[in-house]
Design a protein around this ligand. Sequence first.
Ligand SMILES: NC(=O)c1ccc[n+]([C@@H]2O[C@H](COP(=O)([O-])OP(=O)(O)OC[C@H]3O[C@@H](n4cnc5c(N)ncnc54)[C@H](O)[C@@H]3O)[C@@H](O)[C@H]2O)c1
Length: 251
Amino acid sequence: MNHSLQGRIALVTGAGSGIGRADALVLAARGATVIVNDFDADAAAATVQQIVDTGGRALPCVADVSQRATICAAIAEAAAQVGEVDILVNNAGIASRQEAFLDVDEARLDRMFGVHVKGSWFCTQAVLPGMQRRRRGKVINTSSILGLSGRRRSSHYAAAKAALIGMTKAWAKEFAEWNVQVNAVAPGRVRTPILGDVADSEAYRKDLLAQVPAGRRAEPEEIAYLVAFLASDESDFITGQIISPNGGEVI
Ligand SMILES: NC(=O)c1ccc[n+]([C@@H]2O[C@H](COP(=O)([O-])OP(=O)(O)OC[C@H]3O[C@@H](n4cnc5c(N)ncnc54)[C@H](O)[C@@H]3O)[C@@H](O)[C@H]2O)c1
């Protein structure tokens, strides 16, 4: 077993499913105590149980990342129990139902930015003071291939994911004086529940084979191994970078 994160406290948002759950499991397997955030309490509890069952340490943190007061209080409560956060993985996210630009109403736009942009912003504001005091920290944002290359009928999602790229670069410069590294993963297509039935359709399969040289989707663990590297001391000289595990879809 790789114990490179022994003694570290990690917070993973949206860790009740998909990539976030895989992030939480891999970070725990490497020795971190994981604060498992999700707004779905059952999903968070299931991830915590999986970690505990495999000999790791974890606790739930149930809150909507887009609600500033609620998420900040939940993070403070968890940190009071296990210690201040060394590693923050901003992962909580919602799917982009494909919609023509003119059909995206203000409520959809607000929710997209509320979860991805404001949620990552609030969580980072909650943990940065502790990182500044300890002069050590890792922030890993979850962008998307769509934040890099865009896609028609997904401009609200692409815009929110591109905002995360700007935040990653600006924070990397601003937080460097406290030895806090900030990077983003920008996954391509990953086999998680986020797309619902869409991913089972023949049209999706055809598009995948046409667009992705690897000819398949990633497993969530393939993103989590990269997140674990970015969370470790081995990546201390890497900051402000956007790394896109995407099977060659965007190079
Ligand atoms: N799956 C992909 O192909 C893919 C590709 C690129 C980027 N991403 C990004 O990866 C991240 C994880 O996606 P996934 O595919 O694992 O999705 P998922 O639906 O499997 O998991 C997302 C989790 O986030 C939680 N969540 C959603 N909104 C929340 C909120 N406001 N507060 C707290 N928790 C919240 C959900 O309850 C769920 O457990 C997202 O940011 C997504 O945009 C996914």
